[in-house]
Design a protein around this ligand. Structure first.
Ligand code: 7TS
Length: 420
């Protein structure tokens, strides 16, 4: 199959025409505070292309029914669409088997599931879980909870000032006591792309499992779980141009088979009696209750959208805009970029001297520019840099150099107000 097959008419013939791609996102064609909207908060959530919105609308207008149950036509269509999305995601992540793709509520639920279903029955006092300083709270707190439940210890690998993981210290912290290594593929607050393969190999040599938090990675470059060699990988649909309330947990079949169910309820069982119940096969063992059917269908459409554009092309485009943004911010006086690793995804965290990040966010919003300001659910990382918060511009495939120019204009506005 050639790459161009199956392209929507809007995308066919021009693989990375940003203006055409932007036209697929209805929300971008609006003004905010009298200025064209410039959306640079994609780390928090990305906008949705028309085809994702349409896929969800179509499902509710013509196919809505519960899945895996009815013998009627609508239920069959709903089941096919839901399971079709699983196949689409399997291909996207290059998982070996569709049974390894579990639909969850988001990256957060995926990480909690691993901690409770795989780790909790296995961890013992003396065991260790290793994370890093740059983790999102979603990849800290589930491990703290399971450590408290089991008596295991949480260990934290440090980072360099650039925002790179200190690989020497990391390797030294991995020992025969380490049972789980859980690391962000890409940091949400620094943009650092971690050396995931090396991290996985180091974990495996010690006999630990390797968990990758792909929440900030999956929409921004190719992810191949088999090439990475990881045991678990999680992502959030809403950061990948899909709907909220939806996510993916990839787990190697062998580990998922051995893990306990996460929640009990309908669909996850094979047989139930008051004395004992037995579990359904993978992945249904982990999908208790009526799932987010529309969410899966929307995610499937989003994954097809990204795949058609090409994950390498998306990564190259965002890299180009990031380089431009880094140069433009470097030109401004009194701005310090937090996170300067050589391998970075499209995330630009910064502090403006003498101005609280929330004021930066509010003032650039007056210029129609949406960024995030805060601790980015990474409070220990903020402490590491001795800042209470940062301002953060985070890129998606529809962002342009013009968006960066608008941000820079907004930052000039900040300086005008505060230099008075
Ligand atoms: N892991 C990372 C690295 C994240 O960036 C996030 C969300 C999560 C996990 C949790 O994802 P969820 O979809 O389950 O909430 N990060 C952000 C952010 O940077 N700004 O808002 C949410």
């Amino acid at each position: 199959m050639t790459h161009a097959q199956g392209l929507s008419p809007q995308l066919a013939g021009n693989m990375f025409d940003v203006e055409r791609i932007r036209a697929e996102f209805p929300i971008l064609a609006q003004t905010v505070n009298g200025r064209p909207l410039v959306y640079l908060d994609n780390g928090a959530t990305s906008q949705k292309p028309r085809r994702v919105i349409e896929a969800i609308r179509r499902y509710y207008e013509s196919d809505n029914a519960n899945v895996h149950r009815g013998l009627h036509a609508l239920s069959e269509r709903a089941t096919n669409a839901y399971e079709g999305a699983r196949d689409t995601v399997r291909t996207f992540l290059n998982a070996a088997d569709r049974r390894e793709i579990v639909f969850v509520r988001g990256a957060t639920e995926g990480l909690n599931l691993i901690a409770q279903s795989w780790a909790r029955p296995r961890l013992q006092p003396g065991d260790e879980v290793l994370i890093t300083t740059m983790e999102h709270h979603s990849n800290i707190v589930p491990w703290q909870l399971v450590c408290r439940q089991t008596g295991a210890q949480l260990r934290v690998a440090p980072i360099h000032d650039s925002g790179e993981l200190d690989m020497e210290a990391f390797a030294n912290l991995v020992s025969e006591r380490t049972r789980v290594v859980a690391v962000a593929h890409v940091s949400n607050a620094l943009g650092t792309i971690n050396p995931a393969r090396q991290i996985v190999e180091t974990a495996h040599i010690a006999g630990a499992i390797a968990v990758l938090d792909g929440a900030q990675a999956a929409a921004h470059g190719p992810v191949d779980v088999r090439a990475l060699g990881c045991d678990f990988y999680v992502l959030s649909s809403h950061k990948c141009y899909g709907p909220t309330g939806m996510g993916v947990l990839y787990g190697r079949a062998e580990l998922l088979e051995a893990a306990e169910p996460y929640q009990g309820g309908g669909d996850m069982i094979r047989t139930v009696s008051f004395e004992e119940s037995t579990w359904n096969e993978l992945p249904y063992k982990f999908e208790a209750g009526t799932p987010n059917i529309a969410g899966a269908i929307g995610l499937g459409a989003a994954v097809e959208f990204m795949t058609e554009l090409g994950m390498d092309a998306i990564a190259a485009h965002e890299r180009e805009v990031l380089e431009y943004a880094t140069e433009r911010l470097d030109e401004l006086d009194g701005i310090r970029i937090i996170g300067t690793a050589p391998e970075k995804a499209g995330i630009l965290s910064f502090v403006v001297e003498g101005v609280h990040p929330h004021d930066v966010g509010t003032i650039v919003d007056q210029h129609g520019v949406a960024i995030r300001a805060g601790h980015h659910c990474a409070m220990p990382l903020m402490r590491r840099y001795r800042v209470p918060a940062t301002s953060r511009a985070s890129l998606a495939l529809y962002n342009t150099r013009a968006d960066v120019d608008a941000l820079v204009e907004g930052l000039h506005g900040v300086k005008e107000i505060f230099d008075r």
